[in-house]
Design a protein around this ligand. Sequence first.
Ligand code: ARG
Length: 310
Amino acid sequence: RQRDNTSVWGIQSVAQTDRDTITRLLYSIGTKREVERHLHIFSSSSNPSQPAKFAVIKVGGAVLSNLDELALSLSFLYRVGLYPVVLHGAKPQLNEIMKREGVVPNYIDGIRVTDAKTLQIARRVFLEENLKLVSALEKLGTRARPITSGVFTAEYLDKEKYKLFGKITKVDKRPIEASIRDGALPILTSLAETADGQILNVSAGIAAGELAKELEPMKIVFLNNKGGLFHGVTGEKLDVINLDEEYVTLMKEPWVKYGTKLKLREFKELLDHLPRLSSVAVISASSLQKELFTDSGAGTLIRRGYKLFK
Ligand code: ARG
């Protein structure tokens, strides 16, 4: 396909000089060939009728606190005509504010018990963090749209136990696609509504997964500050995990426990629901370009076992 405004470079046209600059920048992290191949693959994953097929990017609250780095990374994608769907949590920010206001966080089975007071603070904090990210993007000339309701429908997970905490039952992708069609990055937060309009707190990781199942993007990116997943004993970064071959053995490893186990299970469950070519990347904001546009990547790639792009 030709590299013109409507196909390879995505839905919204970006100034030619801008694109040239960015493309040249990309060539500095990888060879011209590999960068162009990845650009082509990612760009052709989206089209006007299915504009949200490139990537879902889950941003952890800790990553959100390095706002400039994050905004730069996302802007970079926007500049080359790619529209990731961004979903953020705000766990550390929420805990900080709760502490300041004298509310003690309460977890059962790793789930935040969300009483009315907690939800009230959570809503405030989530919306603030969302606006901060949107503003940081807009400041860089990247159009972004806050989408803080209307996407996730939820039921109470267990009203007695977890109170105002939800289990997502439905995802409406229309607000997301509308945003991309209008040329703005959709920026979502982890709040949902019940059928009768009660707002519920949901886990950002799970929301990102549900979003991905609905959108079926090529990449699901989990941004963390460590830049990947690490071996529990050697401390080495895990380069690629092929779930088909490695999942069972990996889950039996003594060092794979708690958080890592949960994450691997989440990734497996997610990828089982997605086309074989979809893959998960765990990477830092600053190395996102390298992970996406080079063959060797920079973080941890998790896939079912299919040799990607070969
Ligand atoms: N750029 C390719 C992709 O996004 C390959 C990435 C490889 N990453 C890795 N950590 N080995 O799928």
